[in-house]
Design a protein around this ligand. Structure first.
Ligand code: PLP
Length: 284
C-alpha cells in the first residue's frame, strides 16, 4: 500500500514516525475513519467537521486544510485502487525533542499526520445476515468520549472480552445505562420507535448516527434520544449498532438473551438499505 505521512506518499514499509511522537507516548492524537464505497468517500464532510472539533477541544493544530485533506483521501484511493473499504486518518501533537506532560509549542513542534487505506467489504457483510452478539461491560473510559482520541485500550479490551465470551462486541454501561459499543453507537427498537442515547460528553458523536437519525426521521420513523438499560435492550423488539465501517448492523443477542426473534430486525435492515442508498448520493 501507499500511505501518507507528513506531506509524503510512501510505500507502507518505508513509512516512519518518531518514537517521541506524543501519540505513541501519550495517546495524544485524534483520528477519523471514513468509509469508501465505489471508490467514493461516504460523508467526508461529517468526518472533516468532527475532526476539527476534536482538534479544537485539545488545542491541536490541523497541519492541512480541508481541501488538502480531501485531496489526500482521493489520492490514496487512486494510488491504492480502493473501491470498497476505508481511510484511516490520524493527527498527533507531533514529536517534541523531549517527553513532557505539558504540550509543546505548536510553532516549534508541528502536528503529525498519517493516513492509510484499508480494503473491506462493507456493503455485503455476512454479519448483517446473522446479526451480532454483544456482552455488556462497565464503561470505565475517561469523561471526554466525544473527542475521538487514539486512547483505545479499554475499547480494545472490551472487544477481547466479547471474543472470549464467544460474542462479537461489547456494549458499555455507566450508572446502569448503555453508553455505546466499543467502536459504534447503540440502539434499540420498540414498536416502531428507535431509541438511542442522547449526545453528550459520554459518547462519541457518530457520523453514521447523525445520518441514520436524519434518514429515519425523513422516512417518518419515530426516534427517541434517551438512556436505556441492558434489561430494556434485552426485552426490545430489535437492537442494532452504527459506525462508519459497519453502517447499520443488527444485534440479535445481549448477555446471552435473545433480542426479539433472535434474527436481524426488519427496521434495522430497512435502515441499513436507506443509509447505503442515501449516503451514496452525497459521496465524493
Ligand atoms: N462510538 C465509538 C466509541 C466509536 O469508536 C465509533 C467509531 O469509531 C463510533 C461510536 C461510531 O462513529 P462513526 O459513525 O462516526 O464511525
Amino acid at each position: 500500500r501507499t500511505v501518507y505521512v507528513n506531506g509524503e506518499y510512501v510505500p507502507e514499509t518505508e513509512a516512519k514516525v518518531s518514537i517521541f511522537d506524543r501519540a505513541f507516548l501519550m495517546a495524544d492524537g485524534v483520528y477519523e475513519v471514513t468509509s469508501v464505497i465505489d471508490g467514493k468517500l461516504v460523508d467526508f464532510e461529517g468526518h472533516a467537521v468532527r475532526l476539527e472539533r476534536s482538534l479544537n477541544e485539545l488545542e491541536m493544530r490541523n497541519p492541512v486544510t480541508k481541501d488538502e485533506l480531501l485531496q489526500i483521501h482521493r489520492d490514496l484511493i487512486e494510488k491504492n485502487d480502493l473501491t470498497e473499504g476505508g481511510i484511516y486518518l490520524q493527527i498527533t501533537r507531533g514529536a517534541p525533542a523531549d517527553r513532557d506532560f505539558a504540550w509543546p509549542n505548536p510553532d516549534e513542534t508541528p502536528s503529525g499526520i498519517v493516513l492509510f487505506t484499508f480494503a473491506k467489504n462493507l456493503v455485503e457483510m455476512p454479519s448483517v445476515k446473522t446479526g451480532i452478539k454483544v456482552i455488556s461491560i462497565e464503561d470505565i473510559r475517561w469523561g471526554r468520549r466525544d473527542i475521538k482520541t487514539v486512547q483505545l485500550l479499554y475499547p480494545s479490551m472490551g472487544k477481547m472480552m466479547a471474543k472470549k465470551a464467544g460474542c462479537d462486541d461489547a456494549w458499555m454501561v455507566e450508572d446502569g445505562f448503555v453508553t455505546e459499543g466499543t467502536s459504534n453507537n447503540a440502539y434499540i427498537v420498540k414498536g416502531n420507535k428507535i431509541i438511542t442515547r442522547a449526545l453528550s460528553n459520554d459518547i462519541l458523536h457518530g457520523i453514521t448516527r447523525a445520518a441514520v437519525l436524519r434518514f429515519a426521521a425523513e422516512a417518518q420513523m419515530e426516534v427517541e434520544e434517551r438512556n436505556f438499560t441492558i434489561e430494556e435492550a434485552q426485552a426490545a423488539d430489535e437492537a442494532f449498532i452504527t459506525s462508519a465501517t459497519t453502517f447499520v448492523q443488527p444485534v440479535v443477542e445481549i448477555d446471552g438473551a435473545q433480542v426479539g426473534e433472535g434474527v436481524p430486525g426488519k427496521l434495522a435492515l430497512r435502515l441499513r438499505e436507506i443509509y447505503i442508498e442515501e449516503s451514496m448520493k452525497t459521496a465524493v
